[in-house]
Design a protein around this ligand. Sequence first.
Ligand code: OFO
Length: 184
Amino acid sequence: MNKKRISEEMEKILNKQVTNEAWNAEIYLAYGAWADDQGMTGLSNYLFRHSKEERDHMMKFMQHIMQRGGKVKIDQIPKPLENPKNLKECLENLFEAEVENSEAIYKIINLALEEKDWATWNFLQWFVKEQIEEENLVEELLDRYNLISGGGEINGSDLYQFDKDLSKEEDEADIARDSSIEKQ
Ligand code: OFO
């Protein structure tokens, strides 16, 4: 008896998204390490925390594939982005990565709609909301940066304050130590 309730194409694209989420987790990890090296411990902690969220997203996609009788295929994760040259570039790259990930998710939603795979369609609604929040989160940081810098680069006490403010943001995770999926 075949218990698989997702199409081959859906299984493939969902597995691709598992890798996408893992790649996003790697980007946040890499940038977190870069930020720490630059002395921005507030930003570093913020990015490490976020890396864990991306890993949780990866697990959610894996769970969905398994729950629908599909097979999870863990693939190679592409290299994370190169280190940014400054904080502005760091935030811009993160914003672009989030938008790119939203687009990948919208593609899966389109397929779910085409295939009338309502279980997957429903599963993805959580991600639509999550991506809106994540894009906004980075966008707000970019806006804050631009406000302080007035178009240039920030450094000195402004940079110190920017980083310090980030360290006050609520800490949801202990620097990527907990690899389990958060209870909803
Ligand atoms: Fe997985 O949410 Fe960001 O990318």
